[in-house]
Design a protein around this ligand. Structure first.
Ligand code: PHE
Ligand code: FE
Length: 279
């Protein structure tokens, strides 16, 4: 799940019966959550889930970070499309997070409020067969396989809550354009130094067969040391593999480096952007 800073017009979405659960914003609660109805996942969807999972699992060794591999193994997703209620029991015990079902992308403020309360929104519908290799919009596979395992790591879980709180604050400081880049280059496309190499912890990398290999092994992209200001200065692509990635030394570094007040950073970045327009 990513905040609604992406080019999808939520208000334009209507329920399409052919798409099943997809984008059904008509029957959600005030906080944009929907129940996960397990009976709506038919045999074709279960089969697609298994194939998405098998393809991605094979690519994890040597490419995904240790915390992700451990949690994925523990979650036993091979038993079928996971029930959020079942996972929530284990997740609450470990880090106090709760998964909530959502119809798709959320408005920024709604998304941030969920994260600030340690609720992670997971899209309830699975991509169609023609989207098997690539999907721009987050679906159940991206949200669950990519994001949920990392929620079992306490320091990462704390960071994500602080990100949500920081989002609510950034909205009052015209800081969302800058803060969105931090989400993008950490939660979605973050790399971590581990065992003398780089490993992925970002969900956008971990849920994509192409980008998992590319981000970790290709000589093409630039891999820079994680730096909050540099991250906030770096625009991103939403529909192709990234041309740069930022590499953490540890999740403790992520928490420590993002702890200072971002208000002065937002002011500085906004001033830089204004100066660039004038130049
Ligand atoms: N330190 C940030 C602020 O003052 C809050 C934040 C923490 C944002 C962690 C993102 C991640 O706004
Ligand atoms: Fe995501």
């Amino acid at each position: 799940m990513v905040a609604g800073t992406q080019p999808f017009d939520i208000s334009a979405k209507t329920h399409d019966p052919r798409a099943g659960l997809r984008g059904d914003y008509a029957h959600m609660d005030a906080d944009y959550t929907v129940a996960q109805d397990m009976s709506r996942y038919d045999a074709a969807m279960q089969d697609r889930w298994q194939r998405l999972l098998a393809r991605q699992m094979r690519l994890l060794p040597g490419r995904a970070c240790r915390a992700f591999i451990e949690a994925v193994t523990m979650l036993e997703m091979r038993r079928g499309i996971p029930s959020f209620a079942e996972v929530n029991a284990a997740l609450a015990a470990r880090t106090g997070w709760t998964l909530v079902g959502v119809p798709g992308l959320l408005p920024d403020a709604v998304f941030f409020a969920h994260l600030a309360d340690r609720r992670f929104p997971v899209t309830v519908w699975l991509r169609e067969e023609h989207e098997f290799d690539y999907i721009v919009e987050p679906d159940l596979f991206h949200d669950f396989f990519g994001h949920v395992p990392m929620l079992f790591t306490p320091v990462y879980a704390d960071y994500l809550q602080r990100y949500g709180q920081g989002g609510l604050k950034a909205a009052t400081l015209s800081g969302l354009d800058w803060l969105a880049r931090l989400y993008w280059y950490t939660i979605e496309f973050g790399l971590l130094r581990e065992d003398g190499g780089v490993r992925a912890y970002g969900a956008g990398i971990l849920s994509s067969p192409k980008e998992l290999v590319y981000a970790v092994e290709s000589g093409v992209p630039v891999r820079l040391p994680f730096d909050v200001l540099e991250v906030m200065r770096t625009p991103y692509l939403i529909d192709d593999v990234q041309s740069q990635y930022f590499v953490l030394e540890s999740f403790e570094q992520l928490l420590a480096d993002t702890a200072p007040d971002f208000a002065p950073l937002y002011a500085r970045l906004s001033a830089e952007a204004r100066a660039a327009v004038k130049a």
